[in-house]
Design a protein around this ligand. Structure first.
Ligand code: CA
Length: 227
């Protein structure tokens, strides 16, 4: 679970981050609005904690910009002002909850946990097996069957393949792939992803040089297609 924490006061940021990390969340920090908006466009977050009083762009404006592209991610406002008008302003701009400074850390942690729980829809049908063009892949055992017979995918191969299949027809950016498959601990070069795709083509395509399933989208990423 990843949280974006937007707060310009370093000591508040530190203490909130520490507490959230103790609860097992991965916390990414921003100390201004433009960075925050950019991060939400490039990365996936399960929740945003947004201070209202920020230099340049205030939290309300950040919330508005985020909501243009992402209506799903839960947003909690941190506000120094406890005026009903401010609270209403925040909620109108698409926030889900707010806390007034100085706030109780435990209360923040509880609200974070509740909002994340509420926003997670139970997966209706977790994708376990998938067949395409005479190939078959099991995402739990990593077993695959293709033209060369039965073989074993690596865990990372299975994760990447599942990601592409789940988003069939959509362009999946290298950034999204890195995040979903590698997380942010180890940064492989984008060349590594390219090599995975080359391997998929070798395993699963009739003609790896003229791929029908695993397409490159120049400068962006990859797309899995199946008619
Ligand atoms: Ca502030």
């Amino acid at each position: 679970m990843r949280i974006l924490l937007v707060e310009d006061e370093e000591h508040i940021r530190d203490i909130v981050r520490l507490n959230l990390e103790m609860d097992g969340y991965e916390v990414v920090e921003a100390d201004n609005g433009p960075d925050a908006v950019r991060f939400t466009e490039e990365q996936h977050f399960d929740l945003l904690i947004l201070d209202v009083m920020l230099p340049e762009t205030d939290g309300f404006a950040v919330c508005e910009q985020v909501r243009l592209k992402n209506t799903e991610v839960p947003i909690i406002f941190l506000t120094a002002k406890d005026s009903p008008a401010d609270r209403i302003k925040g909620l109108k701009r698409g926030a889900d909850d707010y806390l007034t400074k100085p706030f109780n850390l435990e209360e923040l942690q509880l609200r974070v946990a509740n909002l994340i729980k509420r926003s997670k829809k139970t997966p209706v049908n977790e994708l376990n097996e998938y067949s395409f063009g005479g190939n078959r892949v099991n995402f739990s055992t990593f077993e695959a069957t293709a033209k060369q017979g039965d073989f074993q995918l690596t865990k990372k191969e299975a994760m990447l393949l599942k990601l592409l299949v789940e988003r069939k027809g959509e362009v999946v950016s290298r950034q999204q792939i890195l995040q979903a498959v590698w997380g942010y601990d180890v940064y492989p070069s984008t060349r590594t992803i390219d090599n995975f795709i080359l391997a998929f083509r070798k395993y699963f395509e009739v003609d790896p040089k003229n791929p029908k399933f695993f397409l490159s989208v120049r400068g962006v990423g990859y797309r899995f297609l199946e008619e």
